[in-house]
Design a protein around this ligand. Structure first.
Ligand code: TTP
Ligand code: MG
Length: 362
């Protein structure tokens, strides 16, 4: 396997930075984007806050009432999701030019596999500078970028120095870089997992590295293997390209926000069935399954998996979708919208020809 170089871009205080750009008089003042604080009686949450507001302890997902209590003089703005989505599209278009493979993970965040574009970490840094500058020049917004040998490290690196940071972690620096980090920083370590690990005396990634694999598997099942790998900075997840590639999918906004697994899985059954009907009608197999989740506070994430071979099997679509969705269920937040999408489409007639060709040449 050739060595990958992965770049992760994350916009700085995204929703709030856009608000500042639209209204420069906000600059330098604490700004909180979220639901209506109603003078401290509001029941919603904070979507994000600019760095001035963070100085008062305000954070994403905190109750808006608490944010109001911490800093009543802050400027509280409603979530203008349509605007953020438009800006997000423009940023994604810019990034896309710089790589052959891009995977947007949320409105303000994307992975780029740049292995095909650069072969050294010095060139990768230069490329990152170009991306950062172009986003700044064209959109007047800052972002932070991380570069590393895989997605896990690249994401931790983009978060390392913010705002307008650029952090490069070479393969030989990975262990030193991640060991001191709190385990909570690892993808998939939510409050529950963190608590269990804390009880085992594990607080930092370096502590996790010392725990035997069998012990992690005993506690966490298959996920234990992943934790074991993450603790060593290992992550073989591919950057999955689905940007603008032809795809089929459906999504649904729940009547009421929910984190009931039964309700969500039932929705996945239905969305998969409808997506599958489209595939059959158009005679396509799929290779990639993608799940999209929007939480009650509009934070939106996607997660995808690519199969080894294209398939038309509905059960596979359902099974992979549910596995991907599970990842989002152990958060304390309710889900507002869920979507199932398949890409990496192959015309079934062409697939047959390909298969026969390979049989002939074998
Ligand atoms: P983040 O990248 O997590 O946060 P951020 O861009 O606001 O700040 P940072 O500089 O630390 O990257 O999330 C991106 C956007 O997603 C954020 O601007 C608002 C939204 N969001 C929510 O609505 N709720 C949340 O709980 C989080 C974490 C994000
Ligand atoms: Mg961000």
């Amino acid at each position: 396997m050739s060595r990958r170089i992965i770049l992760h871009v994350d916009m700085d205080y995204f929703f709030a930075q856009i608000e500042e750009r639209e209204n420069p008089s906000l600059k330098g003042k604490p700004v909180v984007v979220g639901s209506d604080p109603k003078n401290g009686a509001g029941r919603g949450v904070v979507s994000t806050a600019n760095y001035e507001a963070r100085k008062f302890g305000i954070r994403s997902a905190m109750s808006i009432a608490r944010a109001f209590h911490l800093c009543p003089q802050a400027i509280f703005l409603p979530v203008n999701y349509d605007l953020y989505e438009k800006v997000s599209e423009k940023i994604m278009q810019i990034m896309k030019k710089f790589s052959t493979k891009m995977e947007p993970v949320s409105l303000d965040e994307a992975y780029l596999d740049i292995s095909g574009v650069v072969s050294t970490y010095d060139d990768a840094r230069e490329l990152a500078e170009k991306i950062r500058n172009e986003i700044l020049r064209k959109e007047r917004l800052t972002c932070s970028i991380g570069i590393g040998p895989n997605k896990l490290v690249a994401k931790l690196a983009s978060d390392f120095r913010k705002p307008f940071g650029l952090t490069v972690v070479r393969p030989e620096e990975v262990i030193k870089f991640i060991s001191p980090m709190r385990i909570r920083r690892l993808l998939g370590v939510g409050p529950k997992t963190e608590k269990i690990l804390n009880n085992m005396g594990v607080r930092r990634v370096g502590d996790l590295e010392k725990v035997h694999l069998w012990k992690l598997v005993e506690k966490f099942g298959k996920r234990g293997i992943q934790l074991h790998e993450y603790s060593r900075g290992i992550d073989n997840e591919e950057v999955v390209e689905f940007w603008e590639s032809k795809s089929f999918g459906r999504e649904i906004t729940f009547e009421e926000d929910t984190n009931d697994e039964n309700v969500i899985f039932k929705a996945i059954d239905n969305l998969s069935l409808e997506t599958h009907q489209d595939l059959v009608k158009n005679d396509f197999s799929f290779k990639t399954v993608l799940i999209k989740v929007r939480y009650e506070n509009f934070e939106t994430h996607t997660r995808a998996r690519t199969l080894k071979f294209p398939t038309i099997d509905l059960q596979t679509m359902v099974k992979v979708s549910k596995e991907l969705a599970k990842f989002f269920l152990n958060s304390n937040r309710n889900i507002r919208l869920i979507g199932v999408r398949v890409s990496g489409l192959v015309k079934r007639t062409e697939q047959k020809t390909l298969f026969e060709d390979s049989m002939l040449s074998a």
